[in-house]
Design a protein around this ligand. Sequence first.
Ligand SMILES: Cc1cc2nc3c(=O)[nH]c(=O)nc-3n(C[C@H](O)[C@H](O)[C@H](O)COP(=O)(O)O)c2cc1C
Length: 200
Amino acid sequence: MKSLIIFFVSFSSCFRMDTREIKQSTSDTILIVFLSRTNNTRVLAEIIHDQVGGDLVALELENPYPEKYKTIVKLVAEENESGFLPALKTKVDMDKYDIIFLGFPTWGMQLPPPMKSFLAENDLSGKTVIPFNTHGGYGLGNSFKKVKELCPESTVLKGFSIKGGSERDGIFLAIKGKRRKDAKLQVKSWLNELKISTPK
Ligand SMILES: Cc1cc2nc3c(=O)[nH]c(=O)nc-3n(C[C@H](O)[C@H](O)[C@H](O)COP(=O)(O)O)c2cc1C
């Protein structure tokens, strides 16, 4: 019973994001920036892009992470622990954008270090920030909370999170086929809730 209560408390806390609707104007420019290793978050980013338009940008690092799963897990755990911010190859002219979708997988139950780098390098003050996430079955951890913390002068709207792959178990891209169709429907209803209109 106790664990059930804890589950509901932590479940509801995931959704205690800012549910304010944005007043989107026709001249608002949209950036969708995402980090993805096994393409689940990329698929979600593409679905969002189909719905809202704007510029789609994949976050790239100066020194890419190791291929081997166990090695990256260890490295990310060390980076999360020390607060190390990996250098990014991707540069964005943030002045061009009003609405920024931020997509990332859960890494070590946290916001991945490259996304922390992106938020440290770019000033999102006064902009609308909308996080989205894929995870391996353990949820988004404190990642959306961290986005809010790192964007204190932004309006951070309610994020979207779904289960992606599980590299640990040899499952790479999982948001395909029926799962992709389901994800598209869920994304559409989330965007409707946020009152973000589609370009078409
Ligand atoms: C370094 C690393 C750490 C991860 N840590 C977690 C985690 O803490 N919790 C979780 O549910 N999934 C975790 N995963 C799984 C990913 O979040 C999941 O597979 C996600 O869908 C990957 O997104 P991508 O395909 O866009 O890279 C981890 C994956 C990697 C590579």
